[in-house]
Design a protein around this ligand. Structure first.
Ligand SMILES: *Cc1c(COP(=O)(O)O)cnc(C)c1O
Ligand SMILES: [Zn+2]
Length: 403
């Protein structure tokens, strides 16, 4: 009998060491489920793919209940797998009634601490990284994931490595990652190549915080909760789609509101891609069940310049289940929407963020529409042209005012 206790004690110690280092244990509060084959696994910080079929995993939080309290993503702790953690006061972003459409609302994610929605995910992701005993985090990024991971890692005292496509990162984002003290690693090629490096090498040495990490997406689902608190459940939610994690996370958030009986009718999810980087929208238009991967995506909206979105199975399911659709907008339409949004609504968006507004203007959907504007204008100052005609000399001021 006594031996038994000793054994159990030793087992407990071994397990706690092992789990801290390699796994993680939330007791029974959540588990992982494969979105492809449905296999379930005990919660594990380090499991990103289904060992049986290679599918993506979802976090399933047991005994969720609706009890918003406090600020930031942790306001929704009762819906999350973790109850508290690292925060920079992310979330709580403005929901602005737009002047550009009848029932159009802008969810301005550029107002997050580092200027994009990525901060929601990093609050959870960096907390998990720390809990798992990691001292290093790694991300591939078109820029915003790098800026966000760098800031949250700094906050948590972790070292951050960002792998970026050389020459394809907007200036504002690069400056942020450098300022927050991340190691910058440039690869020749585009984002998809950078992600390959992280998947192949990064995960061996550091904790990966790209959106194939299901814990990060738990933070991003809080965007749905904020829309619900302010507006109820809209008819459409339009989301710019790159690696396709965000649209999946937002849909998961709404589904959970549905499960709790809070959303009676769930919104239709509309995924927007740029014409030159549209693996999902192309597949959708062709009626294909798998994406139409492209090797050389091209668009001014660098945050969605992605040819092989890793979360495609989740995103396709989100659009299908919600009875929404994928669509495309041209670079011209994106830049026009960016300008309209800035000049008529006072909302400054980077190009990718304005893709959702470009789609809203084009589609003219009926009902309540929320366009998620994913990142801030200052991220990418170089796309905004200030032509000579718009800049005057001081002597012209009076003449200008008198016009
Ligand atoms: C990351 C990002 C996207 C794309 O989000 P995914 O989850 O990769 O689909 C869109 N817009 C901005 C501004 C981003 O930073
Ligand atoms: Zn599986």
């Amino acid at each position: 009998m006594r031996g038994c206790y000793v054994f159990a004690y030793i087992e407990k110690i071994i397990k706690s060491c092992f789990l801290n280092r390699y796994g993680g244990d939330f007791g029974d509060s959540s588990y992982l489920r494969c979105v492809n084959c449905g296999a379930v696994y005990a919660s594990n910080f380090r499991l990103y793919r289904c060992p049986k079929c290679g599918g993506l995993l979802d976090v399933v939080v047991r005994d969720k209940y609706w009890a918003p309290k406090g600020r930031g993503v942790w306001r929704y702790a009762s819906m999350l797998p973790l109850k508290n953690g690292v925060s920079l006061g992310e979330g709580m972003t403005p929901l602005v009634k737009s002047n550009l459409g009848e029932n159009l609302y802008i969810k301005f994610e550029g107002a997050n601490p580092t200027g994009s929605f990525k901060d929601r995910g990093m609050a959870l992701g960096v907390t998990i990284a720390k809990e798992s005993g990691a001292s290093k985090v790694v991300v591939a990024s078109t820029g915003n994931t790098a800026a966000s991971a760098a800031a949250y890692a700094a906050r948590a005292g972790l070292k951050c490595y960002v792998v970026l496509p050389r020459g394809n990162v907007a200036r504002g984002k690069l400056i942020q990652a450098a300022l927050h003290g991340a190691e910058l690693v440039m690869v020749s090629g585009l984002f998809d190549k950078a992600l390959e490096y992280v998947v192949t090498y990064g995960t061996k040495y550091a904790y990966p915080l790209n959106s194939f990490n299901p814990w990060r997406l738990e933070g991003q689902k809080t965007l749905a909760f904020e829309i619900y608190e302010e507006l109820g459940c809209p008819d459409y939610v339009i989301v710019p789609v790159g690696n396709a994690g965000n649209i999946s996370a937002i849909w998961k958030g709404f589904k959970e509101l549905g499960e709790l009986g809070l959303c009676k009718k769930l919104p239709k999810m509309v995924g927007v891609q740029a014409e030159g980087a549209a693996p999902l929208a192309t597949a959708w238009q062709k009626g294909l069940k798998t994406p139409f991967f492209i090797d050389e995506p091209e668009t001014v909206a660098t945050a969605i310049k992605i040819g092989k979105p890793i979360n495609w199975p989740k995103a396709m399911a989100a659009v299908r289940e919600s009875e929404g659709f994928f669509t495309t907008v041209s670079d011209g339409e994106i830049l026009k929407a960016q300008k309209l949004l800035a000049s008529k609504d006072g909302v400054g968006s980077e190009p990718a963020g304005a893709a959702s507004v470009a789609a809203a203007l084009k589609l003219k959907l009926s009902g309540t529409v929320v366009a998620v504007v994913t990142g801030h204008a200052l991220k990418d100052p170089d796309v905004v042209e200030i032509n000579a005609k718009e800049v005057r000399n001081a002597e012209e001021l009076v003449e200008l005012l008198e016009r």
